[in-house]
Design a protein around this ligand. Structure first.
Ligand SMILES: Cc1ncc(COP(=O)(O)O)c(C=O)c1O
Length: 400
């Protein structure tokens, strides 16, 4: 008789795989088979990790920094994160408020697991980054997806938030600059949401992983700085993956009130122990070393943003919001989809599949971000690659 003892747990049955990673894997497989694929699916800077950061990692290996570290991170890195945050935002935080994890995704998992109880509701504005809803469900809580519209630049309006709060609402999740939309909230817009969080005693998770990738000379604002006392109810999530082109090193962190940080440190001590010791030393070098590399990459991303926004805006029936930060263009394809219906293409997923098949360009369907009728393009690729990708998208729209 076939054994059923290794069937998966109930919590796994609702778990979706990461759609962005799945599309990237598909594009990589096609490339490996010899296809000329332009992969604009994944959110990963295309620059090498800066040299001085790599050197610090080499020195860490040679210096024997190859053993377990404290579970919540080495003191130098917790100190560097706190000092860097205070320098950039003016808000004093202590190293004890910082927990370093295996990437910001792991940090988010820690927060949801440590804060949420069974049945708690978390308000997540859509379009949202693919992992939020799944990680919230894994923690036994309920993501409440709150639709935002392109007409509002995909920003959550205070009236919509107020109307969505129920007695079970425990947490609000915000991401600015946003993945997938590239939209950046103004301080006033965030302040209005902060007032509602205070009024209804909500915890806030502010995903600020793109905080240094903001264009047009503007700066992103860190959520807890907006109102007195807001830091007591907010967890900031950030890391080195995007700012320093260190996605593979797996270093992210939370900045939270100390008792919660202690709880997350305990959780991590049982689940994963410390994040990679060598990567932690590299992250210290990233935060405390020269910062010209960040400015250089930002300038390149801004130039690409200009190219991509102009070319997409020129496509018939395509709409995009203003891209103020991060490295994504999230565009509305409902009009072109309407025209393609007769050819059997009705959903953003079918549109992306046809684009990959006919023009070898990999994008991610909006449905993965809770926004059917849209697609996401990452512009973390060279201008030459982007130009070819945009030509192919234009050709697809013409012939599709
Ligand atoms: C909004 C957002 N949060 C968190 C993460 C996770 O970052 P990390 O690679 O450090 O786990 C990503 C990565 O794509 C992201 O886009």
């Amino acid at each position: 008789m076939e054994s059923t003892s290794l069937h998966t747990a109930r919590r796994m049955r609702a778990l979706e795989p990461s759609a962005t990673l799945a599309m990237a894997a598909r594009a990589a497989a096609l490339k490996a088979a010899g296809a000329d694929v332009i992969d604009l699916s994944v959110g990963e800077p295309d620059f090498p990790t800066p040299e001085h950061i790599c050197r610090a990692a080499e020195e860490a290996i040679r210096g024997g920094k190859t053993k377990y570290t404290p579970a919540a991170g080495i003191p130098q890195l917790r100190q560097a994160v706190a000092a860097d945050y205070t320098r950039r935002t003016g808000l004093a935080v202590s190293p004890g408020q910082v927990v370093v994890s295996n990437g910001a995704k792991h940090s988010l998992h820690n927060v949801f697991t440590a804060v949420l109880d069974e049945g708690d509701e978390v308000i997540v504005p859509t379009p949202y980054w693919v992992s939020y809803a799944e990680l919230i469900k894994l923690a036994g809580a309920k993501p409440v997806l709150l639709e935002t519209r392109i007409e509002d630049d995909f920003k959550l309006r205070p009236e919509a938030l107020r109307a969505a709060v129920t007695p079970r609402t425990r947490m609000l999740l915000l991401c600015s600059p946003s993945n997938p939309t590239g939209v950046v909230y103004t301080p006033d817009e965030l302040g209005a949401l902060a007032d509602i969080a205070i009024e209804h005693d909500l915890a806030v998770v502010s995903d600020e992983i793109y905080d240094q990738l903001v264009y047009d000379g503007r700066e992103s604002v860190s959520f807890p700085t907006l109102r007195p006392g807001l830091a007591d109810r907010t967890v900031v999530v950030a890391g080195v993956s995007k700012t320093y082109s260190m996605t593979g090193w797996r270093i992210g962190w939370t900045i939270a009130p100390e008792p919660l940080s202690k709880a997350m440190g305990n959780l991590q001590s049982q689940e994963t122990s410390n994040p990679c010791s060598i990567s932690q030393h590299a992250a210290v070098a990233a935060l405390t070393g020269p910062q010209e590399c960040v400015a250089r990459m930002l300038a390149a991303f801004e130039q690409r943003r200009d190219l991509v926004a102009a070319r997409l805006r020129a496509l018939p029936g395509v709409r995009i919001p203003e891209i103020g930060g991060a490295f994504y263009a999230f565009f509305d394809i409902r009009e072109p989809l309407g025209r393609m219906k007769a050819g059997g293409i009705e959903t953003s997923m079918q549109w992306c599949e046809a684009l990959l098949e006919r023009q070898q360009v990999a994008l991610v369907a909006g449905s993965a971000f809770g926004a059917e009728g849209h697609v996401r393009m990452s512009f973390a690729a060279s201008e030459a690659t982007l130009a070819i990708g945009l030509d192919r998208i234009a050709a697809f729209l013409q012939t599709g």
